[in-house]
Design a protein around this ligand. Structure first.
Ligand SMILES: Cc1cc2nc3c(=O)[nH]c(=O)nc-3n(C[C@H](O)[C@H](O)[C@H](O)COP(=O)(O)OP(=O)(O)OC[C@H]3O[C@@H](n4cnc5c(N)ncnc54)[C@H](O)[C@@H]3O)c2cc1C
Ligand code: FES
Length: 279
């Protein structure tokens, strides 16, 4: 296809009606759509609510004729998204970006922090059922999809209301240590998604132990397909080179856990980006 024609296609949203809304806990809701979506875990779509805005979301549920996005209510757009009802029209562009490289091995760890479980959920469903799934959240009501997976999930919470009181990285280090002590095979891959400070710590732990990892980064996105430059991070265009990046790229990514661009294009420290509200 001529690249100009391709870009025009990528810019046109496909309108689909909300089929069902499931509320999870105090701040999350999943919107389901009865339509096929050809995607691989870790890719994202640009979601348009007419009259409001357009924002990136990963697919959190997927079957041949239904998909879902899970939204954490934060600002104007996401609060509007979680209040949508069956029959409301939503526009979709994509899917865009490079998703996770899937490793078929039971010796894999998946590490999710808070809403980071959303992009990892469809990945978990494609991995070996014996993988080690570690999931952390502020407290037990923020653990997404508590009954969704067949496999054992190791839970931790900041306040100790469920599972280990502490961080997902404590449980990852414990898994690595147990494997070393018992002479088990080292992990073939560690997948992570969550706050960037957490993913950076997962990356450091993996580097210390010579393990490969893949993490899914978030940056401000506008076009979603590599044209506007809004999502650039240390020389990588997150929407088209990522959002999933492996250890090799992460080693060279000087903005990882350091800086991000605001909507205006201004670079700021990641702590400022994380608390910024653009709507
Ligand atoms: C690839 C990707 C996948 C994502 N998947 C999910 C998901 O599955 N579930 C989920 O709840 N959230 C996801 N997000 C984050 C989601 O896009 C933002 O939370 C949402 O845009 C917030 O909009 P708002 O108006 O409600 O909040 P605002 O008050 O506008 O912003 C709150 C925060 O959201 C982020 N944000 C705002 N606008 C954008 C934008 N255009 N692009 C990227 N980040 C933005 C910023 O970090 C900002 O600090 C994803 C982001 C990216 C980049
Ligand atoms: S969002 Fe436009 S280049 Fe990435």
């Amino acid at each position: 296809m001529n690249p100009d024609t391709k870009h025009r296609e990528e810019q046109k949203p496909v309108m689909i009606r909300v089929a069902e809304v499931q509320v999870h806990g105090p701040t999350f809701a999943t919107l389901f759509f009865d339509a096929p979506m050809d995607f691989s875990p870790g890719q994202f779509v640009m979601v348009w609510i007419p009259g409001v805005d357009e924002k990136p979301y990963t697919i959190s549920y997927h079957s041949p004729d239904r998909f879902g996005i899970t939204v954490e209510a934060k600002g104007l757009f996401s609060k509007k998204a979680v209040s949508l009802s069956p029959g409301d029209l939503v526009g979709f562009r994509g899917p865009f970006g490079k998703g996770f490289e899937i490793i078929s091995s039971p010796d894999v760890a998946v590490v999710a922090g808070g809403c980071g479980m959303a992009p990892l959920a469809c990945l978990v469903e494609q991995l070996d059922p014996k993988v080690c799934l570690i999931h952390g959240a502020r407290s037990k009501e923020f653990i997404l999809y508590p009954d969704r997976f067949e496999l054992d999930r190791r839970i931790c919470t900041d306040d100790g209301s469920l599972g280990h009181k502490g961080f997902v990285t404590d449980l990852l280090e414990e898994e690595i240590h147990t494997r070393t002590q018992s002479g088990q095979k080292p992990l073939d891959m560690v997948y992570a998604c969550g706050p960037e400070i957490m993913m950076h710590r997962v990356f450091e732990i993996c580097e210390d132990h010579g393990l490969p990892c893949q993490v899914s980064l978030e940056r401000y996105m506008r076009c979603g397909f590599g044209v506007c430059g809004a999502c650039v991070c240390g020389g990588q265009v997150v929407c088209s080179d990522g959002p999933v990046f492996g250890s090799e790229i992460l080693r060279t990514l000087e903005d990882f856990n350091r800086t991000a661009l605001l909507k205006s294009g201004k670079p700021v420290r990641l702590e400022e980006y994380a608390t910024w509200r653009c709507s």
